[in-house]
Design a protein around this ligand. Structure first.
Ligand code: XMP
Length: 524
C-alpha cells in the first residue's frame, strides 16, 4: 500500500477566505489534509490521527466575547501546531499572551524580519540586511496584533507595525505567524509550509497524482467488488475524470449514461462519444433528449424556472435510464472536496460562502443505489492532475467550467432550437479563436450569449435585420468575484468579423464589460 493517508494534517477553520488555499498548499507539498470547523467535536479531532495542526485566520477578533477558540485538546496532544493570523492570536491569548487593537489595520505587502533562528524560519529569507538579519516579503491582512508573548514562547518575526509578527515555542513545536504564507505574494510561503510539514511534523510526500490514482483504483475495486456502477457523464471535467478512473478500475462493470439535452456546445455530444466510447472503450449510452428538453422549455422565460425545468427533466431521464440497468448496485458521482466542505458548512450553518447553484439538483430521494464518489477528497486542481495522469487529453481536463443548464442560461428568455444552433456556431468561433491566439488559458471562462433582439446591419448592398450576441470572457480565482477580461481589440475585432460574416442570423456582436459584482458571470 502506498500510505497515501499515513501522514496527514488537520486544518482548523476559523472562517478565513484563505483556508482552502492553506489546504491546497499542504497538498501541493505532498501531504494529505482535511479542513474541519474550529468547533468540531473533539473526538473527531482525536480520531483523525493528524501529525500536526494548522489554525487558519478568520474574520473575528479575540477581543470579542463570543470569539472562536482553539480546542484545548490540541495543546494536550503534544503535536506541532502552526497558527496563522487569527489562529496565532487565539493561540497566543489562550496560552497566556495578550492581543490588542491599536486601531490600525494592515493589509498588503510587508517586510518581516526573522528573529531567533527558529526551526520554522531558519535560512528561509528573501534578503539579508546589513546586520545579517533575514528579511521576508510577506502578505499581511489583520486588525488586531499580539502585544505580549504567551508563556514559554519566543519572538520569531517582527515588522514595524506588528512587533510580534511571529512566535515560537520550540520545545512544544508550536508556531504562530501573523502573515499569510499560503498567499503567493508571500514569496517564501511554499518553503515555510514545506519546513513545517516535512521537518517539523515529519510528514513524507506521498500525496501525488500517481499515488492518488493507484489508491483510488484499489479503493473502488474493494468497494464495488463484482457489482455494477452507473455514472451520469456530462462531458465536464469531474464526471470525465470519474469515468476514466472507474474504467481503469472496473472496466465494463461501469456503464455511463450521457444525456444530450440539446443545450450543449458545438459538437460536444459527438466529442464525448469519440473520446470515451471510441477512443477509450468506455461503455457509454447516449440519450438524445433534445426534443424533450426543448418541449419542456417552451414558453419559459424566467431563468430560475428554466434552471428547474432542465434540472428536473435531467433527473427524470437519468432515472428512466438507470431503471433499465436494474443490475446496477452503485451510482458514481463527481463530488469534489469543496462540495463536501460546503455542504458540511451548510449543515452546521457556518459556511461563509454557499453556492446557490448545483449541477443537476441532487440525487433522487428513492434511489436504492449506493454511492461511489472517488473524487470526494480532491480539490479541482487535483482532479485535473489526476485526469492527466489517467491519460485524458489536456484540452478536456483544462476546459473552462460549463453550467449544468448549459446554453439554457445563455439564451436570454425562451429557449428555441434555432437560437441554440446559432449560439453554438458563434461560441465555437470565439472559443477556437481564443485557443488559436493562446488566450484560452489566460481567461477563466469565456462564452457567447444569445440576445433574442434584432438589430439593423448592412451587408454588401443589402440591409440585414437580425440577432445580437455578446462575447463574455472573465478572469477570476474563485468565480465568486470576477473581472471582465481585457482581450486585445484586434482579437475582438477578428472574432466579431468572423461571427458576422459566417453566421447569417447574427447582425451584431458586442463585448460584455460587466464585473462581478455587480454583474454575474452568466447572463441569467
Ligand atoms: P455566476 O453567473 O453565478 O456564475 O456568476 C458563477 C459560476 O457558476 C456557473 N454557473 C452554474 N453552474 N449550474 C451550474 O452548474 C448553474 O445553474 C449555474 N449558473 C452559473 C457559471 O458558469 C460560473 O462558472
Amino acid at each position: 500500500m502506498t500510505g497515501l493517508h499515513d501522514d496527514k494534517i488537520l486544518i482548523l477553520d476559523f472562517g478565513s477566505q484563505y483556508t482552502q488555499l492553506i489546504a491546497r498548499r499542504v497538498r501541493e507539498a505532498g501531504v494529505y489534509c482535511e479542513i474541519y470547523p474550529w468547533d468540531i467535536d473533539i473526538e473527531r479531532i482525536r480520531e483523525f490521527g493528524a501529525k500536526g495542526f494548522i489554525l487558519s485566520g478568520g474574520p473575528e477578533s479575540t477581543l470579542d466575547d463570543a470569539k472562536p477558540e482553539v480546542p484545548l485538546v490540541l495543546f494536550e496532544l503534544g503535536l506541532p501546531i502552526l497558527g496563522i493570523c487569527y489562529g496565532m492570536q487565539a493561540m497566543a491569548q489562550q496560552l497566556g499572551g495578550r492581543v490588542e487593537n491599536v486601531g490600525k489595520s494592515e493589509f498588503g505587502y510587508a517586510r518581516v524580519r526573522a528573529r531567533g533562528h527558529t526551526a520554522l524560519l531558519r535560512d528561509i529569507q528573501d534578503e539579508v540586511n546589513d546586520e545579517g538579519h533575514g528579511l521576508l516579503d510577506v502578505w499581511m491582512s489583520h486588525g488586531d496584533r499580539v502585544a505580549e508573548l504567551p508563556t514559554g514562547f519566543k519572538l520569531m518575526a517582527s515588522t514595524e507595525s506588528a512587533p510580534i509578527a511571529g512566535i515560537a515555542d520550540e520545545e512544544r513545536k508550536i508556531y504562530g505567524l501573523q502573515f499569510h504564507p499560503e498567499v503567493t505574494h508571500t514569496k517564501q510561503g511554499v518553503a515555510i509550509y514545506q519546513r513545517f510539514l516535512h521537518q517539523i511534523c515529519g510528514c513524507g510526500s506521498e500525496w501525488n497524482p500517481h499515488n492518488i490514482v493507484e489508491a483510488s483504483i484499489a479503493e473502488v475495486r474493494a468497494r464495488v467488488g463484482d457489482g455494477h456502477v452507473i455514472l451520469g457523464l456530462s462531458g465536464g471535467v469531474d464526471s470525465s475524470v470519474v469515468a476514466a478512473l472507474l474504467h481503469e478500475a472496473i472496466d465494463d462493470q461501469l456503464c455511463c449514461i450521457f444525456v444530450d439535452n440539446g443545450l450543449l456546445r458545438y459538437r460536444e455530444g459527438d466529442h464525448v462519444m469519440e473520446q470515451f466510447a471510441e477512443h477509450m472503450g468506455v461503455n457509454v449510452i447516449r440519450i438524445d433528449a433534445e426534443d424533450r428538453f426543448l418541449d419542456k422549455l417552451e414558453g419559459l422565460t424566467d431563468p430560475e424556472d428554466k434552471r428547474k425545468a432542465i434540472g428536473n427533466l435531467f433527473i427524470e431521464i437519468f432515472e428512466e435510464e438507470a431503471r433499465k440497468h436494474n443490475d446496477a448496485d452503485f451510482l458514481a458521482q463527481g463530488t469534489i472536496y469543496p462540495d463536501v466542505i460546503e455542504s458540511a458548512g451548510a449543515t452546521t450553518g457556518k459556511a461563509h460562502l454557499i453556492k446557490s447553484h448545483h449541477n443537476v439538483g441532487g440525487l433522487p430521494a428513492d434511489m436504492r443505489l449506493k454511492l461511489v464518489e472517488p473524487l470526494r477528497e480532491l480539490f479541482k486542481d487535483e482532479v485535473r492532475r489526476v485526469g492527466v495522469e489517467l491519460g485524458l487529453p489536456h484540452d478536456m481536463v483544462y476546459r473552462h467550467p460549463f453550467p449544468g443548464p448549459g446554453l439554457g442560461v445563455r439564451i436570454l428568455g425562451e429557449v428555441r432550437k434555432e437560437y441554440a444552433d446559432t449560439l453554438r456556431l458563434a461560441d465555437d468561433i470565439f472559443i477556437n479563436e481564443l485557443r488559436a491566439h493562446d488566450l484560452y488559458d489566460r481567461v477563466s471562462q469565456a462564452f457567447v450569449v444569445f440576445l433574442p433582439v434584432k438589430s439593423v446591419g448592412v451587408t454588401g448592398d443589402g440591409r440585414r435585420y437580425n440577432y445580437v450576441v455578446s462575447l463574455r470572457a472573465v478572469e477570476t480565482i474563485d468565480f465568486m468575484t470576477a473581472r471582465w477580461a481585457d482581450l486585445p481589440y484586434d482579437f475582438l475585432d477578428h472574432v466579431s468579423r468572423r461571427i458576422m460574416n459566417e453566421i447569417e442570423a447574427i447582425a451584431r456582436v458586442v463585448y460584455d464589460i460587466s464585473g462581478k459584482p455587480p454583474g454575474t458571470i452568466e447572463w441569467e
